[in-house]
Design a protein around this ligand. Sequence first.
Ligand code: SAM
Length: 297
Amino acid sequence: MPVCRVPILTDSRFAVAMNYRHAFHAGNFADVFKHAILLELLDALTAKAKPLCYFDTHAARGRYALDEVEAGRTGEWREGIGRLFNAPSTPAPLQRYVAAIHACNPDGSLRTYPGSPLLAANALRANDRLILCESQPDEAAALRRLLRNDSRAHVHTRDGYAALHALLPPTEHRGLVLIDPPFETQDNDFAAIEAALAQAHARWPSGVYAVWYPIKSHRTLAPFHRHFAQGPFDRALVAELLVYPDDSPLRLNGCGMLIANPPWKVDVALANLLPALQQALVRSPAAAQRLHWLRGD
Ligand SMILES: C[S@@+](CC[C@H](N)C(=O)[O-])C[C@H]1O[C@@H](n2cnc3c(N)ncnc32)[C@H](O)[C@@H]1O
């Protein structure tokens, strides 16, 4: 049976989901994990003055209303950003991320959750650039509307992997590629990522690449990790968070981010961030996090 990355109705079992819509999952624990790491990467890259390019291969619509029917149907955000937004205190490593979500909800009431393109647009500087790819035309149109007044942002309604091949290297020669596919057909997505990153490395070996992936069981991830342990990048770091034990192949137990060419000291920042994420998002006593180098350092 094909599996989707997160089910439409509940995250306790997987369902076939054609036409994945991120609105059902916006702000869930996987988004919190992904977006907190994304901000660490962008902050590390913007520490240097030179302009950079942010390239989102799977951008989706960029902003979600948590009181609309999709997010309301699953309620996944309640176990993600819902646990952090109004918490009486925020652990130091999560303050940057929580402040970014507050900036999108200036009246202090959690109604809006920003997607990766909006978080990146807010974190980047006037001379940086965003290339945002989304294959579903209505999602891409919504993203274009959202960023219509932002001349740094270029929205492409196209396949993100093909765009990588066509548009790398960026003229800035510095930057970050986020690869965040829906994982509707899991094996195909891992194979597509490996192929895309082989081509991307050939065109732009010094780029920073961050790949989000779901964890059902670690056993099934071993070939993906082995692949990047052998190259093509000289340095590859993996951050993972399990909110459930990884003993049920039918549930999204956790997620990971593979980072090729991580910026300087990001491993130190993530070593502080991951325990704070685990503490905030735990759903089982068997929750766990880990950070390890697949290659380099
Ligand atoms: C997980 S969502 C992205 C969420 C977004 N990165 C964020 O963090 O806010 C995946 C998106 O990829 C889109 N998509 C699926 N296959 C694609 C492809 N080959 N190229 C570009 N977009 C694709 C889906 O329509 C969906 O909107």
